[in-house]
Design a protein around this ligand. Structure first.
Ligand code: FE2
Ligand code: FE2
Length: 297
């Protein structure tokens, strides 16, 4: 028996939200996921998430949401972060930061052989430290602390690495290879073509005396899911505005773009017994802006 988890990349602005609303039925039909997760850090006009948008996304069928470096851009989300156990901020923010660093989700239709409910899915988001502005704790140390607190030997664990540098993301993938079901990169908004199941690596030891000398493999990995948002843009922002700033060094408001909205992410199959991934497939679904909900009718 396996569980299928869909995770979608950063939902950007109105275009991203409408694309998701339009594509969700087709996505469900095609992938038949047991759980859908999305990063929603750019949902509110490109920066942050509001309680109202959080409710709208949940109503579309997003079972759990994560937030990255834009977590507190809309202050009103702090209460939702404290109250809703299916919305998380990064685990390597200071302990005093509002919200929780991991969430436990229950796959909707997962019933293992014999009628017993299958394993829970724990989701953890980590912020990278290379080329990032937020002062955060060491992601490699923090993930060890979190994993030691979770029943990770009986659960499916999905780690989102929200980071700028590809090196830091792929390093986390190999670091956790064989210990978690998936390490999925977000934040850079450009989908990468390296989705795969990491292989066993018997010749590699771990620095610092980690007990997992020689990783078993079985971790689904991608450097970036891409965004769920407008791709005729510069990372979701209007091309003219960003070019004005970059070519003149003069200020221009980075308004959110609208063109070519797409839903991007991955679908992962995780074996309920081994708790490791057996398949990963990239999702890239274009929305049709001539149809509802982009048009009023
Ligand atoms: Fe983002
Ligand atoms: Fe981000």
């Amino acid at each position: 028996m396996s569980i299928r988890i869909v995770m979608l990349g950063d939902i950007v602005g109105t275009a991203g939200r409408l694309a998701l609303a339009q594509c969700m039925p087709a996505l469900r039909e095609r992938y038949q996921p047991n759980l859908v997760i999305a990063n929603a850090e750019n949902a509110a006009n490109g920066s942050g998430l509001t309680p109202a948008l959080h409710s709208k996304l949940a109503a579309m069928g997003i079972d759990g949401m994560t937030l990255g470096d834009h977590v507190y851009k809309k202050k009103e989300i702090m209460r939702t972060l404290e109250e809703d156990p299916t919305l998380i901020r990064a685990a390597n923010l200071p302990a005093s930061a509002a919200g929780r660093g991991w969430m436990r989700l229950t796959p909707t239709t997962s019933v293992a052989a014999g009628g017993e409910r299958g394993p829970s899915v724990y989701v953890i988001t980590l912020l990278g430290r290379v080329f990032m502005n937020l002062p955060v704790n060491h992601p490699f140390e923090v993930i060890e602390q979190v994993l030691s607190q979770l029943p990770s030997r009986e659960s499916i664990v999905l780690v989102e690495m929200h980071a700028e540098a590809t090196s830091e993301k792929v390093a986390m993938g190999w670091y956790l290879n064989g210990r978690v079901a998936a390490v999925l990169g977000t934040h850079t908004h450009i989908p990468t073509a390296d989705a795969r199941i990491l292989p066993a690596e018997p010749q590699h030891g771990r620095p610092g005396g980690s007990p997992t000398l020689g990783a078993a493999g079985g971790t689904a990995y991608i450097t970036d899911l891409g965004m769920t948002g407008p791709y005729d843009s510069i990372l979701g922002r209007r091309i003219d505005r960003v070019l004005h700033h970059m070519t003149t060094s003069m200020h221009a408001p980075y308004d959110v773009a609208e063109g070519n909205p797409r839903v991007c992410g991955v679908s992962i199959d995780v074996n309920e017994t081994s708790l490791r991934a057996t398949a990963i497939e990239r999702i890239d679904m274009p929305a049709d802006v001539t149809k509802p909900p982009f048009t009023s009718g």
